[in-house]
Design a protein around this ligand. Structure first.
Ligand code: SAM
Length: 347
């Protein structure tokens, strides 16, 4: 992070400016402090300013993700192609050229809950003149992402990483041209409140892209809560041990490569008639047992554990999610079994 980037940061509660106090002044800021007029001090470590309060760091969902990112340091590389294609389709960009055109006038971009930093890296690559901030409450997401970027990208432009919570963002209201929040907001205690906090940071006419988990059918919802209830007190490592058997089951069913025909709607269970791949049917209607043959076993297991372990894991119907955008212009809307994506312009 350099001094010019730090100029964009403000004290999260008061929106007041911060003074940079450096331990080592050489242009770019590795270690140091940001200090508010009222005395609050925020540390910068490995070039990443940290605004996340100790109580927030102690929350189960925050710890779960922190441990996930500490354990899987190559998640971004492993999954980037698959998730980028999915992202481009859901938010109506089509392909990388479409996203590139969209980003042309987006000078200040926020990737909220950046995780391993895939979307932020795509924004930087396609819009190198824009300033892209990536924030996350999971410290290990950010350090891993920064270390990988230093190793792989060298001196090329990179996302600016800030350790921050969506509810206490250290940016002035109305500052961003585009806010991306993909697969994140359902992990906050009250997603609607988090959405409003993000929306405040967007300028009028700016755009937001948000994805939330969709409510599933009856048996699947039951299994989700049942497994979560049983593993939530343990660590992410413990969760991986439990989901390992679930991941193996997903793999075994996927390898069957068989289809099943459901002749009639099972209305009482919320299951629609149709032809399904057997593993997909099981995954959507009985038990999440993700398996993607292009990922290794560990990555598949991390995807399953990341579903079951965090206690904040809200699911929405399309109607519930659409109600968030009553005062927005919806530009892209996508409903799939897994979740719902919306890109909208702030009026
Ligand atoms: C499932 S990951 C998604 C990461 C990334 N957006 C992606 O699409 O790959 C969810 C991320 O949201 C972060 N997160 C959850 N609640 C947050 C909050 N209140 N503020 C900032 N980040 C948060 C988690 O730490 C985690 O890294």
């Amino acid at each position: 992070m350099d001094r010019a980037d730090l100029e964009f940061l403000v004290e999260p509660e008061t929106n007041s400016p911060l003074i940079v106090e450096l331990e080592d002044a050489n242009g770019s800021v590795g270690e140091g402090w940001l200090v508010a007029a009222a005395g609050q001090r925020y540390e910068i470590r490995e070039g990443i300013p940290s605004f996340v309060a100790k109580e927030t760091m102690d929350e189960q969902t925050v710890r779960s993700f922190d441990e996930k990112w500490e354990k899987h340091k190559t998640y971004r590389e492993e999954t980037r192609a698959f998730y980028t294609d999915w992202y481009l389709a859901r938010f109506g960009f089509g392909d990388r050229a479409g996203l590139s055109r969209f980003l042309e006038d987006k000078k200040l971009i926020l990737d909220a809950g950046t995780g391993a930093g895939r979307d932020a890296a795509n924004f930087v690559e396609l819009a190198p003149a824009s300033r892209v901030f990536g924030i996350d409450t999971a410290w290990h997401a950010l350090v891993t992402s920064a270390r990988n970027a230093r190793r792989e990208e060298g001196t090329k432009p990179q996302a600016r990483l800030v350790h921050a919570d969506i509810h206490r963002l250290p940016f002035a209201d109305g500052s961003f041209d585009f806010i991306n929040c993909d697969q994140v907001i359902h992990h906050t205690p009250e997603p609607r409140v988090a959405f409003e906090a993000l929306a405040r940071k967007l300028r009028v006419g700016g755009e937001i892209a948000v994805y939330v988990y969709r409510k599933k059918s009856v048996i699947r919802e039951f299994t989700d809560d049942y497994v979560r209830e049983r593993i939530k007190h343990g660590s992410f490592e413990d969760a991986l041990a439990v989901t390992s058997a679930i991941t193996k089951l997903g793999k075994a069913f996927a390898e069957l490569n068989q289809r099943v025909r459901i002749e009639e709607d099972l209305t009482v269970l919320g299951i629609e008639k149709g032809e399904y791949d057997v593993q997909r049917f099981l995954h959507w209607h009985v038990l999440k047992c993700f398996w993607n043959p292009t990922f290794d076993f560990f990555t598949n297991n991390v995807v399953n554990a990341d579903w079951y372990h965090p206690v904040h894991c809200h699911r929405f119907t399309p109607e519930e999610f659409r109600a968030w955008f009553q005062d927005w212009d919806i530009l892209a809307w996508d409903e799939q079994e897994a979740g719902i994506s919306c890109r909208a312009r702030k009026r």
